[in-house]
Design a protein around this ligand. Sequence first.
Ligand code: NDP
Length: 491
Amino acid sequence: MTEVQVRATTFEVRAPATGEVIARYPEHNAAEVADAVAMARTAAPAWAVLSFAERGRLLDRWRGEIARGADTLAEVINAEVGKPVSDARLEIVMALQHLAWAAKNAGSVLGRRRMPSDLMTINQAATLEYSPLGVVGVIGPWNYPVFTPLSSLSFALAAGNAVVFKPSEYSPGVGEWLVRAFERAVLEHPVLHLVTGSGATGAALCESGVDKIGFTGSTATGKKVMAACARSLTPVLMECGGKDALIVDADADLHAAADAAVWGALSNAGQTCLGVERVYVHELVYDQFLDRVLAAAKDVRAGAKIGPITMPSQVAVIRAHIQDALDRGGRAVLGGLDAIDGQFVQPTILVDVPEDALAVTEETFGPTMTIAKVDDMDQAVELVNASRYHLGVTIFARGRGDEIARRIRAGGVAINAFVAYATVPTLPLGGVGDSGFGRVHGPDGLREFTYPKAVTRQRFLSPLALTTFARTEFTDRVVRVLTTLLHGRKR
Ligand code: NDP
C-alpha cells in the first residue's frame, strides 16, 4: 500500500465524463501545510542568492522536463478535467512560453539599477532592486490546471521565491506532475512544494505565514482568501472570475468575429475565465453574424470537440442561467435546457436576453453565450463596462478598434483576435473590479512576487545639512528660497 492509501484523510478525484474514481490524494491539514512552508523556507535563501542567470538556467531545465513530458501531462489533464488532449497540449505550450520569458527576463526587470536623484538629493547615489518576498503560496483552479498556476509559479520562482502550491481538488494530479517535474529538473533546490486538499487546505496555506498568496479562482473564494490573509497582513494577488464580452462593429470581418466568438465561448466547454460569455453586435450586421455563429457552433459537440463540465455543481449554475434567461423572454437559438445531459452540456446560444439576467451578469462557466443587438459602439461600450467583472474584452472592428479599446474597462483587450493579450509574453494579465487585482505575466508579473528595495549611498556631504538639529538659519533660508524657486511659481 502506498502512503496515500493508508492515510486517514484523503479525497477522491473522479473523471468528469464518467464519475469514475481515478485517484486519491492526501487532504493535507494545517500542520502538514506548515511543514511544507517550513521546508520551502529552509530552501529559499540558497535559491534567492543565485544570480538571475543561474536561476534562469535551472528554470529552463524544468521547462525542458515539462516539454519532454507534455504528452503524458496532457493525458493527466484530460483524465482529471476532461479537456480534449489536443487542447491540453496547446495549454502546456502557452504556459511554457511564459516560463521561458520569465526565466530569461527576470534579471533585466528585477535586477539592481541606478536611479536618478534630484537637486535636493544630488549627493545620493540611488539604486533600486526588486527582492524576492520569501515563500509564496500559490492556489490554483482546475480549468487551466497548467497555464494558470504556472503563470504564478514561473514568475514567483524566477523572481527568487520558494513556493508552496495548492492545486484545485479537481486537478491535484496535474499539480503533482508539475512539482515532480521540477524536483527531477532542479534536484539541488527543493523550492517548489505541493500540498493537496480541498478549500480547507487552501485556507490553511493562507494562514501559514507565507509572504504572499497568488490566488486564481472564483471571486467568491477570492474574498475568503483575502479575509483570511488580512489577519496576518499577507499580501494577495487576485486572479478572479470574468464575464468577458466580444464586440462586433458594423465593419468587422464577420467570419473572423464569428469564429472567435464560437471558440471563445465554447472551447474548454466554456470553462475559461477569459471565455466569451456575452456578445454585442452592431445592428447592421447582427443577423449575418448570428447566422455565421450558428453555422459554426452547431458542429461543436460536447463529448467530441469539447469535454464535459468538470465540476458536477457547475451544471446547476449553467441550468439556472439558461432557465432565468428563458423566463425573462430570452430565446435559445441553439441548445437550451435540453442541451444539458448529465455532465455534458451542448453549445447554447441565447438571444433577446435582458441585461439584468443571470446569463449576462454572472459568470456561467459553461458552453453558452448571449448575443445582443446594439445601436452603435457607444451602447456596446456602455453595456460591456456595466459588468462588475472587468477581465478581458475582444473587439472585432476595422476602423474603430483602437478607439473602442481605449474606452473599455478591462485588464486586457484584444482587437480582431481572441485573448491575444494573454499570449504575448511581455504583457500583463489580470483584472479590475470583481475580476481581481495584481498581475501575472510580463514585467508586472515578475514584480508582483517581489518588493521594491530602495538603496541610497551618500557620495559626499551635502552643502545643505537638512536632517540634523545642527541645521543653521542660513540653511533654513536656502530651503525657503528653493521652495519658491522649485514649486512656488506653478499656478
Ligand atoms: P474556486 O474559487 O472554487 O477555487 C480556486 C482554488 O481555491 C482551488 O484550489 C480551491 O480549492 C481553493 N479554495 C477553495 N476555498 C478556499 C478557501 N477558503 N481558502 C483558500 N483556498 C480555497 O475556483 P475554481 O477552481 O472553480 O476555478 C474557476 C474560477 O477560477 C472561475 O471563476 C474562473 O473565472 C477563475 N479563473 C480566473 C483566472 C484569471 O486569470 N483571472 C484564470 C482561471 C480561472 P478546491 O478546488 O479544493 O476547492
